[in-house]
Ligand binder design. Structure first.
Ligand code: MN
Length: 149
């Protein structure tokens, strides 16, 4: 099951994060500003009935041609599109989560190593490509997020 890793990492009695039951919302994205041990941005796309997720240490690129490292993380439940709150100390990802941008996307291209989308958010607009690093096994979770137009 796609959410097994997500559920295994969390104690839903303690964390305010959603456990996950909604299925099938496609074409929505969210970017969350996550004040965990290291500030990062979580980029999530609704695909395959879950939120495909990447952590972006330096934030999403706003200008054409700019590339940012995006590290693939576990699938999150669809309800996470709306999640804002504080993950308690001692829990996985503890710290404050705020929605940085939200909106729709249109899927232009998708292969196992490449996702191209047109984004219509409030802050983010335009075409973005996610491209998986090639090569060694340790790199398989590393992608580049590029604004292409
Ligand atoms: Mn995070």
């Amino acid at each position: 099951m796609a959410l097994d890793e997500y559920k295994k990492k969390r104690n839903f009695i303690i964390t305010p994060e959603p456990e996950g039951s909604v299925q099938g919302i496609e074409d929505e994205f969210v970017i969350q500003e996550h004040h965990a041990s290291h500030l990062h941005f979580d980029f999530r796309l609704s695909l395959d009935g879950v939120l495909k997720s990447w952590a972006i240490p330096k934030g999403v690129p706003l200008e054409k041609g700019v590339k940012r490292l995006a590290v693939e993380t576990e699938d999150h439940p669809i309800e996470y599109l709306n999640f804002e709150g504080v993950i308690p100390e001692g829990q996985y990802g503890s710290g404050e989560v705020k929605i940085w941008d939200r909106g729709k996307f249109h899927l232009v291209e998708r292969t196992p190593d490449r996702i191209v989308i047109d984004i219509e958010g409030t802050k983010l607009r335009g075409r973005y490509a996610l491209i998986r690093f090639k090569g060694k096994e340790k790199d398989v979770k590393n992608w580049l997020l590029i604004k292409t137009k």
